[in-house]
Design a protein around this ligand. Structure first.
Ligand code: FES
Length: 149
C-alpha cells in the first residue's frame, strides 16, 4: 500500500487499543514517546528509530511500515540482544518479507515480531503499542503479551 495525500495516518497505524483483543500492558509504567512528527513520512519499507524507557531502563526501539501498516518493536534481537540494524534504520532484506537481524540473520515476521528462521526461531521481539495523534505517531506502551499485530 502506498501513502497518498488523502490517507489518514491513523488508518495506517497498528493501534493496540483498537486491535481485536488488543490492549496496552498497563502493568508497566510507561511515558509515551513521539516516534515521528508526521506518520506519512514513514514510507513503505522505511524504519524510524526512537527510545523508550522500560522498567527504568532506556532501550532502543523502531517502527517500520510494512504493507501499509506500522509496527513497532524494541530493537533487541532475541538471539544475543543486539540491535537488528547497523544503525541505519534498515530492517528488511531484499525479499521484503521479514525483519532481518544484521548479525546472524534471524528473520522476524514484520507484523508479529515472531522469529520464523534463524538462531532464535520461535522467539518474539518485544512488541510496542502505537497510537496516531493527529499526524503524529506515538509509542504508548508495551503491547500486552499475546497481542498480535
Ligand atoms: S544477534 Fe540477531 S541473529 Fe544473532
Amino acid at each position: 500500500m502506498v501513502d497518498t495525500a488523502t490517507d489518514s495516518p491513523a488508518s495506517k497505524v497498528w493501534n493496540a487499543r483498537a486491535a481485536p483483543g488488543g490492549a496496552i500492558d498497563d502493568s508497566n509504567p510507561f511515558q509515551p514517546v513521539r516516534v515521528i512528527d508526521d506518520a506519512r513520512k514513514l514510507g513503505e519499507g522505511r524504519g524510524a528509530k526512537f527510545t523508550v524507557t522500560l522498567h527504568g531502563v532506556q532501550q532502543n526501539a523502531f517502527a517500520v511500515r510494512w504493507k501499509g501498516r506500522v509496527f513497532a518493536y524494541v530493537n533487541a534481537c532475541r538471539h544475543q540482544h543486539l540491535p537488528l540494524d547497523f544503525g541505519d534504520a534498515r530492517f528488511f532484506d531484499d525479499e521484503y518479507d521479514a525483519l532481518v537481524c544484521c548479525h546472524h540473520g534471524a528473520r522476524y515476521q514484520p507484523d508479529t515480531g515472531t522469529c520464523v528462521a534463524g538462531p532464535c526461531e520461535g522467539a518474539r521481539l518485544t512488541v510496542l503499542a502505537l497510537e496516531a495523534r493527529g499526524e503524529e505517531l506515538w509509542c504508548v506502551g508495551l503491547a500486552r503479551p499475546g497481542v498480535a499485530g
